[in-house]
Design a protein. Structure first.
Length: 316
């Protein structure tokens, strides 16, 4: 379990960069960053598959799993990006993080219903703290929502729910494959998703600044290239591999709770970028989320350490 927790937290530390990267690469657009990020993800996957061991591991994956891995990369990454982008455009910057942030609460409940690992009663308090923390972090933005009315709040809500659904389907399908009886090699599975993500990113090219001229200085161009490398190799390739390793070692009802750390890391990176301290609601909300995850981990650890109950046999 410890190795799974380390892999999960490392994943979220890398995923958290997504919250600050679009602001760090301006005047380049989020679509520019997405194409560069997923393109580099796919390139890294192709280069990794040049290794004979990975080629053999890829060949050992059954065709149905290969198709699913490619689809998760293409539809999961691209679909989630587009859903969030349209949600922010229609609903503003408050509704999408609040709805998609519910994923660490909803996905563990779905996973628990499928796997029956800890029990809903013992998940109630950890997930309640996480949900309370999510609301706390977004409290100040929610209070300002009435002053800045989004252009199409109901459409923004619909796209936010779609993004949440895509993430949940991705998490369930990914865990189903990696926790099965014959799970694929972690790196080979990551490479499949990387190639799928790169193909999906090609659909975004018409909405990018490429190949036309971009009004950016050389410093801004170098910053964009560095962030693209960091997000492609770290936030995508390494993060996907780490998440696959975590999914093989942890029940999904616990692994999904760890995604709270993505929000925490994202908030920390954002505060560093804005050079400010967290507000009271942000600090209390983050503390509630951390407390909820720690309580959930403790309860899963106690359940795993408890010896199985055996039924005594009657002596003849």
């Amino acid at each position: 379990m410890l190795a799974g927790l380390i892999f999960g937290i490392a994943t979220c530390a890398l995923w958290g960069l997504t919250f600050v990267a679009p602001r760090a690469v301006e005047p380049f657009t989020p679509a520019d960053l997405a194409v560069a990020r997923y393109g580099l993800f796919g390139l890294a996957a192709v280069l990794a598959l040049a290794h004979p061991r990975l080629r053999r591991a890829l060949a050992a994956i059954v065709p149905a799993q290969k198709a699913l891995g490619f689809f998760l990369g293409a539809a999961g990454y691209l679909g989630y990006f587009l859903a969030v982008a349209f949600a922010v455009k229609a609903g503003g910057a408050v509704i999408p993080p609040l709805i998609t942030g519910l994923m660490p609460v909803i996905l563990p409940l779905i996973a628990e219903r499928r796997q029956r690992t800890l029990g809903f009663a013992r998940l109630a308090l950890p997930l309640g703290l996480i949900g309370l923390g999510i609301l706390g972090v977004q409290l100040s933005a929610l209070l300002d929502l009435g002053a800045v009315r989004p252009p199409a709040p109901f459409l923004g809500l619909a796209f936010s729910v779609l993004a949440l659904a895509i993430w949940i389907v991705y998490g369930l399908a990914n865990a189903m494959v990696l926790s099965g009886t014959a799970p694929p090699d972690t790196l080979a599975w990551t490479c499949l998703q990387g190639i799928g993500a790169a193909f999906g990113a090609l659909l975004l090219l018409p909405w990018t600044s490429f190949p036309g001229p971009v009004e950016a200085s050389s410093a801004e161009l170098w910053r964009f290239l560095l962030w693209s490398l960091m997000m492609g190799l770290g936030g995508s390739f390494a993060a996907t591999a780490f998440w696959a390793a975590a999914a093989r070692r942890l029940p999904l009802s616990l692994a999904a709770q760890l995604i709270v750390a993505e929000t925490i890391f994202g908030m920390i990176y954002g505060l560093i970028h804005e050079m400010r301290m967290p507000g009271p609601s942000e600090a209390v909300g983050a503390a509630c989320q951390i407390a909820g995850v720690c309580l959930g981990v403790a309860r899963f650890a106690r359940a795993a350490a408890r010896p199985p109950v055996t039924t005594p046999t009657r002596q003849e």
